[in-house]
Unconditional design. Structure first.
Length: 428
């Protein structure tokens, strides 16, 4: 063993540890700006040197962790190292948004020093004044913060940074009234589609007719919104799948749609890998049979979009061959669509204001099951892994279904009861 092999790693010495029966390097290393005493064991001196080099490499990369690590640094490592290949980029951004509330208050505090009392008091404060626009956060949002932060601490325990998870000692924040999911009936669905096709909803909040515009961009938005809503009702596709749909995934001749990716983000400067990601699960990769009416509408919109692109010239660049885009050709921005148009559609159609875009997916499945569709076939169509989940979560008891149950009871029991009474009266 040459002493020069160990010098680059700081002060320390290599020796045979009789107690453990292994070689040991013992010395000090600079971790998180502080000299830390450390022991590294191995069966051979070569193995000890390799482990020591790996440790130093991790220190240089910021991955060698100290028990004095701050909450902010551990959250950053947890998100970008431990969760890197486990969750989609869009999911990581959701985690970041919620955990940022923790970083703002406790970021510089040591991971091992945070108490359950401090956390509980902070969760209660968020309920009162946690929203950046003023007022408090919803109980659901606070409980999501609590859930993700507990996951952060659980992994810290697995990595032997701490022994205790203070988040688990806190209580969930109550007071949030869970909204009942809403599905539309046949009649409501038809009314909704007619409203969207007409396009007048786009002027829902404009009292002065002078501000109404019907230029090329407005016409494109109205036509595209109708195709998007029709596609959602006809197939039950998730919004991320719709936003990531490209023209090469639509088979016009055979009448089906291939789901093989979804939109991860809509930044125009992002790469293809950043724009798209894998569907939600393996079962989400599927082919969906499309109704003839939908296929015909998609074909017409394909031709319209090409004409629109020629008219707009360089102002429209659909480089990803997307079915749905912003008016300049960049990936479709769902947040803007929901805020600017979807809420107006719902209001114009006289639908419950709590109806969400995901409610279209629910409506698609509920209406299929109402009209006696096979549950397993519906489950595959929606991309679910288990038909029982489809039945449990998506089968709504619509008014028409309730009436059919009453009629069924009338047919099976009450009719026979009347017959029995008639027979008895005849005997008398």
């Amino acid at each position: 063993m040459k002493s020069s092999e160990l010098k680059p790693f700081g002060s320390g010495s290599l020796y045979w540890d009789k107690t453990n029966g292994r070689w040991c390097w013992e010395g000090s290393l600079l971790i998180d700006g502080v000299m830390k005493h450390k022991k590294i064991y191995g069966k051979t001196t070569a193995l000890v040197i390799k482990k020591l080099k790996d440790t130093v490499d991790n220190i240089n990369r910021g991955l060698e962790l100290s028990k004095d690590i701050t909450i902010e640094r551990w959250i950053n490592i947890w998100l970008h190292e431990f969760k890197k290949n486990e969750i989609r980029p869009s999911t990581r951004r959701i985690y970041e948004g919620h955990l940022n509330k923790i970083v703002m208050r406790f970021g510089q505090k040591k991971l091992k020093e945070l108490t359950a009392f401090e956390l509980q008091r902070y969760f209660n404060e968020l309920k009162v004044n946690g929203h950046f626009k003023g007022g408090g956060l919803s109980s659901a949002s606070i409980n999501h913060i609590r859930k993700y932060f507990s996951m952060v601490y659980d992994d810290a325990i697995k990595n032997k940074l701490i022994d205790y998870n203070p988040v688990r000692a806190t209580k969930p924040v109550h007071g949030h009234q869970v909204r009942e999911p809403i599905s539309l009936t046949d009649e409501e669905t038809i009314r909704f589609l007619n409203i969207v096709k007409n396009g007048d909803y786009i002027y829902e909040t404009l009292d002065n007719p002078r501000f109404r515009k019907n230029g090329l961009a407005t016409q494109y938005i109205v036509k595209q919104n109708y195709i998007l809503i029709l596609l959602a009702f006809s197939t039950g596709m998730r919004i991320s799948e719709i936003c990531g749909l490209t023209w090469d995934c639509i088979n016009i001749q055979q009448g089906y749609i291939v789901i093989n990716k979804q939109l991860a983000r809509n930044k125009s400067e992002a790469t293809f890998e950043e724009i798209f990601c894998e569907p939600k699960s393996n079962n989400s990769k599927r082919n969906i049979a499309a109704p003839a009416v939908l296929i015909n509408e998609l074909l017409q919109f394909f031709n319209y979009q090409r004409e629109f692109a020629l008219t707009m010239g360089d102002c429209y660049q659909n480089i990803y061959n997307l079915v749905f885009t912003n008016t300049n050709g960049t990936p479709f921005n769902y947040s803007n669509f929901r805020r600017r148009y979807f809420v107006r559609m719902v209001k114009a159609a006289g639908i419950n204001e709590n109806f969400t875009f995901h409610g279209i997916r629910r409506s698609h499945c509920s209406l299929l099951l109402e009209h006696n569709a096979d549950v397993k076939a519906a489950s595959i169509r929606l991309g679910h892994s288990d038909p029982s989940f489809t039945r449990k979560v998506y089968q709504e008891v619509l008014p028409s279904m309730e009436r059919s149950l009453a009629a069924m009871w009338d047919k099976v029991i009450l009719a026979k009861l009347d017959k029995t009474e008639a027979d008895n009266n005849g005997d008398e």
